[in-house]
Design a protein around this ligand. Structure first.
Ligand code: PXL
Length: 278
């Protein structure tokens, strides 16, 4: 690699990630940091919980005290002001309330919320009371919410079997106070994956190729972090969603096939490293 190429790697923006740690490195904070970094921005973190997991499942979850989560958010942002925030796993009412409180203090406008509910293997990452607080209070505070179909069904109280159902659910989320909604269609039985972006003035459908693989651990975390990064750099939310979907699609198709269960995707698909290490 020439010196010139190294100099070109200038950091474009700063992202604060509020999410849980995934020891296996495929989802959670680890996926978020890799995504933000590989898209050329600077990642900061407030860790909400520490999970022990591998590609076959979750073996333990240790929550970080709510006060400490607020401390991470506020003390970090006071010094290095984030251009955007990505929120992932928030497991309990005190945690959501603390995060809300801190968001009110630090006043960052661009916030992407991935309403994480269950891990790939089915383990719950949030309790029922928290879902209600998320729906009543947090939904209104963020620029964009990015539920998958099961999450959108719970938040909108509707059943989603078709694309029309996705649009109905997205509209329901707008009526609950959401500003922008991206419902991800990966869980629908279909040849192509359709994701729906919607706000009061516009609707967009993004179609992408479905890859025949079970290695999709961390796709939701990765997508929301990629959206936050593009959005922080000045792209519109709609364009940020389109670019992030494309990034995740390439990350899935070039996955490394690690582990015996739901393996990770390739967050480094944007990187070209000229020097051979192996
Ligand atoms: O992909 C959802 C998710 C979010 N956050 C953490 C996770 C997972 C899935 O495993 O472990 C920490």
């Amino acid at each position: 690699m020439s010196k010139n190429q190294l100099i070109k790697l200038k950091i474009k923006s700063k992202i604060l990630i509020i999410a849980g740690s995934d020891s296996s490195g495929g989802a959670g904070i680890q996926a978020d940091i890799k995504t933000v970094t590989s898209l050329g921005s600077y990642a900061m973190t407030a860790i909400t919980a520490v999970t022990s997991q591998n590609t076959t499942g979750v073996s333990s979850i240790v929550p970080i005290p709510a006060k400490n989560i607020s401390k991470q958010i506020e003390f970090t942002s006071k010094d290095i002001k984030p251009d955007a925030i990505k929120i992932g796993m928030l497991h309990s009412p005190p945690v959501i309330n603390s995060v809300l409180n801190s968001l009110n203090k630090i006043k960052i406008k661009k916030i992407i919320l991935d309403p994480v509910m269950v891990a790939k293997g089915g383990v719950k990452l949030i309790d029922d009371k928290s879902i209600q607080i998320l729906k009543k209070k947090l939904l209104k505070k963020v620029s964009l919410i990015t539920p998958n179909i099961p999450e959108a069904e719970i938040l909108s109280n509707t059943k989603i079997l078709t694309i029309e159902d996705m649009i109905i659910a997205a509209n329901k989320l707008l009526s609950l106070g959401a500003q922008n909604v991206l419902i991800k269609g990966g869980h629908m039985q279909s040849k192509l994956v359709t994701d729906i972006f919607l706000n009061k003035n516009e609707i967009a459908k993004f179609l992408s190729k479905r890859h025949n693989t079970r290695n999709t651990h961390g796709t939701g975390c990765t997508l929301s972090s990629a959206i936050a990064t593009f959005y922080s750099c000045g792209k519109t939310l709609k364009k940020s969603c389109e670019m992030a979907i494309n990034y995740v699609n390439h990350a899935i198709s070039s996955g490394p096939n690690f582990g015996k269960g739901h393996g990770p995707i390739n967050h480094l698909n944007t990187f070209i490293i000229k020097k051979k290490l192996k």
